[in-house]
Design a protein. Structure first.
Length: 452
């Protein structure tokens, strides 16, 4: 029989997958190390097990104890799996910029999760670093994993990730590309690969708002470099002890927007449903593609699964609100604002009812429909003009005062076309989606889309 004794034995030996479409203009071969095949759906499973193994060996964690950590979600997932299998309680401090789904997953595995503010200094007592450290001092028989300064983090990758990549590429790897966060993954993997071949180039991908890039270049910890960023899982506002910058050859920074868009491209063009840092990793590689040659073999580490970012990177409205989504069509506008129910009114209803709908839903335009579809329209501006000549207009039926119907267009109509259809005489455009649901786009919607 072929079976595992517990879920922890399935960690590692993740596949290398060749990228084809996104990297078609890169002369080199690009392989993705797809780490969401780990049971916790991220590369952090590797070091979670190693940190606990070392803690047990050193007597820092005893049976029935509590694992405490500050985590953006993935390390917590790995530690929670270890806790379930080995019988430890888990308490995690995380930041309020992490997706709710990450918090929910940790709680589903029995962990206690404390959400802390993001935009505070690491030394601030409210920071997730400080909260975790304080709990570790208060709770008996507890172990603060401290992935940032615990060298078992990088040891895990020296012992597993590096050897796997070397074996899978038959030692032909020329470049490793990896996002830089705690330092464990990139440094541990680089240490092993550099021992095998010192000529292998190690490229670290960072985010704007992190101080790691400047520290790499100058050795200076410059807090002026630090500002809030949306990207998750990498970048730092201090330098963790896991870093050995001597094994890294280059740091490249990417924007929040470019990383998010590339993550979505990985899903749509390569079938790899990955997290935010994976998109940023590949974006960084694309920014460096001019440095690659045909004979090069690049391995890019894709850290985690996209399921933890469904409410963020893979949500059109979230992307549009941050100006990350290029709105091009009627469909894009509807997706970006959220698919609200379109308010309509029947021709037999009164103007008073129409006014009440406008007030209740804060809208200016209402399609008038019967069983066959749109037959007219009611607008706030039109009613305003008619009210002067007919003081009793509120008691009239909609049919008697309605204006011409809004134009109906295809769901994929370009935004440029919508701009020509929406004018002073015509305040909105209608369309139906594949399910037959009616949607409306107004001048305000187009302005919002163009401004995002």
């Amino acid at each position: 029989m072929d079976f595992k004794n517990n879920i922890l034995e399935t960690i590692g030996n993740t596949p290398l997958v060749k990228l084809n479409k996104i990297t078609k203009d890169i002369p080199a071969t690009v392989l993705a190390k797809v780490e969401y095949f780990n049971p916790g759906n991220s590369i952090k499973d590797r070091m979670a097990v190693k940190m606990i193994d070392v803690a047990e060996q050193e007597g820092k964690l005893k049976p029935g104890g509590t694992i405490i950590e500050c985590t953006s979600g993935n390390t917590g997932m790995g530690l929670a799996l270890v806790g379930v299998v080995k019988g430890y309680k888990c308490i995690f401090a995380t930041t309020d910029k992490q997706s709710q789904s990450k918090v929910d997953i940790l709680r589903a595995l029995g962990a206690e999760v404390i959400v802390c503010p993001t935009n505070v200094e690491p030394e601030d007592p409210r920071s997730y670093y400080s909260v975790a450290a304080r709990l570790a001092k208060k709770i008996p028989n507890s172990f603060h994993a401290n992935q940032y300064d615990n060298l078992a983090n990088r040891l895990a990758h020296y012992e597993t990730t590096g050897p796997e990549i070397w074996k899978q590429t038959d030692g032909k790897i020329t470049h490793l590309v990896c996002t830089a966060g705690t330092g464990g993954t990139i440094v541990g993997t680089a240490m092993y690969l550099k021992e095998k071949n010192p000529d292998i180039r190690i490229w670290a991908i960072d985010v704007y708002g992190s101080l790691l890039t400047k520290y790499f270049k100058t050795g200076e910890i410059d807090m002026k470099e630090v500002h809030p960023y949306i990207s998750e899982g990498f970048g730092e506002d201090f330098v963790p002890e896991n870093y050995d910058m001597s094994v890294i050859d280059h740091f490249e920074q990417v924007t929040d927007k470019d990383g998010a868009i590339m993550a979505r491209r990985l899903a749509k063009e390569e079938g790899l449903f990955c997290g935010y840092s994976a998109g940023s990793c590949l974006q960084g590689l694309m920014q460096l593609k001019s440095r690659l040659k045909k004979e090069d073999l690049v391995v890019a580490i894709l850290h985690d699964h996209g399921s933890r970012y469904v409410a963020k990177v893979y949500n059109d409205q979230w992307m549009a609100e941050r100006g990350f989504l290029d709105v091009k069509t009627f469909r894009d506008i509807v997706n970006a604002r959220g698919k609200q129910r379109t308010i309509t009114i029947a021709p037999s209803q009164t103007v008073s009812e129409a006014v009440e709908l406008m007030r209740e839903y804060d809208i200016e335009h209402i399609p008038v429909t019967n069983g066959n579809g749109p037959i007219g329209s009611i607008s706030e501006g039109g009613l305003f003009q008619k009210a002067f000549s007919n003081p009793d207009i509120k008691t009239e039926t909609v049919e008697r005062v309605m204006e011409k119907a809004f134009p109906v267009v295809e769901f994929e109509t370009p935004i440029e076309k919508l701009r020509t259809l929406i004018n002073k005489e015509n305040g909105a455009v209608l369309s139906k989606d594949e399910a037959g649901n009616l949607h409306i786009v107004t001048k305000y919607d187009v302005i919002q889309a163009l401004g995002s």
